[in-house]
Every structure is written in C-alpha cells, then in structure tokens.
Design a protein around this ligand. Structure first.
Ligand SMILES: CC(C)(COP(=O)(O)OP(=O)(O)OC[C@H]1O[C@@H](n2cnc3c(N)ncnc32)[C@H](O)[C@@H]1OP(=O)(O)O)[C@@H](O)C(=O)NCCC(=O)NCCS
Length: 465
C-alpha cells in the first residue's frame, strides 16, 4: 500500500477499535442457520422482519453494529482490501488469488469502455435529467451493447459501424453472449458459484462484470455532461475508484483521494435485503434481465429514505448554515415530527459502522478544505444534539449517508452525483445477490390483506354519485 495512505488505514483501524469497545456489552447475536421452509417469523408492514431467502453474501447485525461481507468484517476489508477485490468476493464467495484477480481486473478495465452506450446516452438531454434517471437510462442502454437478445436471429451489423479515421469506433457489433443474462435461466448452462483460476467456469457473471465496471463510466459521463463537458476516456492504469474520480473530475486523484474513494465504495457495496437490493431481486426473480434488475435497484435507491438521503443531508446542512443555528432548526424539525436526513436506520440500533469510518474521513479531508470544515462543524453539532435527544431513547445515530456527502464533496463530486456514486458501488451487492438468488429462484409473490368491500352493485354512470 502507498506509504502516505497509511493515515487512512489508521483512521479505519481506530474506527474498528471504537466499534469493538462501544458494543462489547451488547449480547452476542443469535447464530444464523439454514432455513427449513416454510419458516415462522414475525412480519411487520413493508415485510419488516420477514425472511425471503438464505444468503451467504452479507450479514448486518443491528445491535452490535456489525457489517460482514462473506465472513469478513467491513473494517478489515476497508483497511486491507480494495473495491475490486470486494466485488469479486461478493460475487464469487472468496477473495481472489493473484492470478484470478489479474484476469478479473482486466475484465473490469475492458468493460470501462462503453462507447456505444455513451453515444446513445448523449442523444438525450442528460444534463436536464435527474441524475439517477440518467444513470438508469444508461444501464438500459448498456444492455444493447452487450447482448444480441433483442435482435432477430442472423442479423449482423458487421464489425464496426460509422467510425472514421478521426473518431473512436462508436458502434460495434454487440459482443456478449447471444443470451447474456439469460445465461441465468438457460437450463443448458450449469450454474457454478465457484470459479477456476481463469474465471472460465464463470457462467452468468459476465454481465455482472460489465455492470460493476460500466455503471461507473455512465455516472462519470453524466457528471461531465451536466457541467457542459464531454465525457473522458477511462484510464486503464487507474484503480476502479481512481478512474471513477478521474472520469468525473478530469483530474488524476492523489493516492489519498483514490484510497478514500476506494474505502467509500467498499463501505457501500452491500447491505442485506435493503429496498434497492430487494427491488433488483424481485425483478430478477421473474427471469427478467440483469440490466433491468440493476435499473430497478437504481430506481429504488433514488428515494430520500434510502440512497437519496446523502444529497438531502448536504441540503440540510446548507440550510442550517451555522452550528449556532442547529438547536433552533432541530427543535422546529422534531416538533413537526420531521425526519432528519442521515439519521436512523431500519436495522442499526447502534452506531452505523460505515458512519464510524466516513465521519473521521470527512474530518481528515476537511482539514484542508475551509468550506467542508464549516459544513462538518454543523454536522458535528447536529450529531451531538440528535444523539442527546434520540440516541439512547430511540437508538437513532448517524447512518452511512450522514458523512458520505461531505467526503464526496471534498473529493470533487457534485452533490447531484452523490446517490449515483452510491449506486456505482452497490452494483456489486445487487449483482451478487441476484446471481446467488437465481441459483434457487422462486418468483417473489407476497400477499396484501384485502380490507375493501364485497358485493357492490354496479350502477350505470348517470346514477353514480
Ligand atoms: C431510515 C429510516 C427510513 C428507518 O425508518 P424506520 O426503521 O421505519 O424507523 P421509523 O420511521 O419507524 O422510526 C422510529 C422512530 O424514530 C424516529 N426517527 C427515525 N428516524 C428519524 C430521523 N432520521 N429523524 C428523526 N426521527 C427519526 C421516528 O420518528 C419514530 O419515532 P416515533 O416512534 O416517535 O414515531 C428512518 O430512520 C429515516 O427516515 N431516516 C432519514 C432518512 C435517511 O437517512 N435514510 C437513509 C437510511 S441509510
């Protein structure tokens, strides 16, 4: 690891130590175990508490504040791993050997180039669109680049269309499998959850690699177009995190910036059966398409109760303006029964381990950024007052979204792109969980309790009131 990024590793190790100390008194969680279907459990509205499937991908323990990917603690992964390794881990179940990693990395680098997708995307007024809407549209277009599925049998464009000597080849013949995801539901293709070292045994994951890499190219292109600039070609020499920052800002990131973005991507990569993961899985369970499935994840993540909260946090901190205004603002908001963005969580009733890392990283970055220092001082005051009022009473603490916006701003990411950057990372979790679920697929179909009327008489229109 680069020498001057050691400070970042030290921040993560300190967060791990604090988490350990502060939750050591909490009872050990119940051991998890395979399910004997049908299972009995208590379900709240919105399926809260319901168990929909088994998974080996990730585990969240709300009272201990644990987040675990495939058996590894999130703090260890942040301290010692990279987003590329973590995506491989989530998808394939184990950390890669150096040989497998080299092949995997090359695939990700190759899939950064989305020339045809970007050409299609530029035909739309992306600069005026909601950024998550643009991202979602781009993902649907990526599908066209990868698969022949919508084409008639035998239809062939030839190798390259419409390029001249000065331009990059914009339109290529789709080069994915004729049945791309469709790999998932092709009975002739055996599903394998483990790989040989050459990744050659990997069926049904090629489109996942394409998405893990390509969504970041689209997010970066949307950022540039919104600034009136043209998208930047990826840099194959940079890491996933470094290249994302480079393609968004046009500047090569410093090792520290690259490392912090990498940690942020690791922290956001997976998080249990959250709303966007569930949305992605529901779509996949119909044997639809991994691109449509990830598009649904993006749509669900957009909401302010989910991934959209990070942008709301920055708007709120701007509105508060100064630490001295926090008390009055909070009083007013809580009196109106308003929710404070960036606080509370459906699962965590302890401090969110991701916020434990992102908070100190925001502080680290703010040292050299006076605007961020002011925003951070408001955030710190708000955290203090929220925790005093609702911490022990309602177990409400900062969540992942509270400090991520400050971190992203310091890295040069515009606020409208915070949620798309969350999506760039979460693609790893979405694809891994969809892939796992489809090994044992059962279409999702919960019930709603009908509380309406029966036996109503159908009146002609002139007799209705
Ligand atoms: C994340 C969230 C949707 C979880 O919701 P939930 O598990 O359904 O929790 P509830 O909405 O039932 O809240 C339980 C209680 O805590 C309060 N509460 C929860 N989050 C709160 C917040 N951010 N600010 C103020 N009060 C909050 C609720 O008002 C409720 O109080 P009550 O019992 O007096 O009615 C919710 O905490 C929230 O809206 N947070 C803000 C948005 C956000 O940051 N989302 C990103 C999540 S990672």
């Amino acid at each position: 690891m680069h020498e001057n990024t050691q400070e970042i590793t030290d921040i993560i190790l300190m967060a791990a130590k604090n988490a350990q100390m502060e939750t050591s008194g909490e009872p050990e969680p119940e051991m998890t175990q395979p399910i004997q279907w049908p299972v009995q459990c208590t379900i709240g509205p919105g399926l809260e508490g319901g168990i929909a499937c088994e998974t080996k991908i990730g585990y969240v323990n709300g009272s201990k504040g644990w987040l675990i990917y495939r058996g590894y603690n999130i703090f260890d992964l942040c301290a010692k791993s990279s987003y590329e390794e973590v995506s491989y881990l989530l998808l394939h179940g184990s950390l890669p050997t150096s040989r497998a990693f080299k092949i995997f990395q090359k695939k990700l680098v190759d899939y950064r180039y989305l020339n045809k997708t970007l050409r299609l995307l530029m035909g739309f007024p992306v600069e005026d669109m909601n950024t998550m809407g643009a991202l979602r549209m781009g993902v649907s277009m990526m599908r066209q680049e990868f698969t022949f599925r919508d084409q008639k049998e035998g239809h062939d464009f030839g190798e390259v269309i419409g390029s001249d000597e000065d331009s990059i080849p914009m339109e290529l013949k789709p080069w994915g499998d004729k049945h791309a995801i469709y790999e998932f539901n092709n009975p002739d293709v055996p599903h394998k959850s483990t790989l040989d070292e050459n990744l050659e045994e990997a069926f049904g994951v090629e489109a996942c690699y394409h998405l893990i890499s390509g969504v970041s190219t689209i997010a970066a292109a949307v950022t540039r177009v919104r600034q009136g600039r043209v998208p930047i070609e990826p840099d194959p020499g940079l890491s996933h995190a470094g290249n994302l920052l480079y393609m968004m800002t046009g500047k090569k990131p410093t090792p520290i910036e690259e490392r912090i973005m990498d940690v942020a991507l690791i922290l956001h990569a997976d998080h249990g059966m959250n709303a966007s993961t569930f949305a992605a899985m529901v779509v996949a369970s119909t044997q639809s398409d991994i691109y449509f499935s990830v598009g649904s994840g993006i749509a669900a993540l957009n909401g302010p109760l989910h991934g959209g909260a990070n942008e709301q946090v920055m708007l709120m901190l701007e509105e508060i303006g100064r630490p001295e205004n926090v008390k009055k603002w909070l009083e007013r908001t809580l009196n109106k029964k308003g929710k404070v963005p960036g606080f509370g969580h459906r699962v965590y009733k302890a401090y969110d381990p991701r916020a434990r890392v992102l908070g100190p990283l925001a502080k680290f970055l703010a040292k050299k950024n006076s605007k961020a220092r002011n925003v951070l001082s408001i955030a710190k005051e708000l955290e203090k007052q929220m925790t005093e009022r609702l911490g022990s009473q309602k177990k409400i603490f900062p969540n992942v979204d509270f400090y991520s916006g400050i971190v992203y701003s310091c890295l040069g990411v515009p606020s409208a792109m915070f949620t798309p950057v969350f999506a760039v990372s979460r693609v790893a979790g979405w694809t891994a969980r969809v892939h796992e679920y489809l090994h044992n697929n059962r279409i999702f179909r919960p019930r709603a309790m009908y509380t309406g009327e029966f036996n109503k008489e159908l009146l002609p229109i002139n007799k209705r009131r």
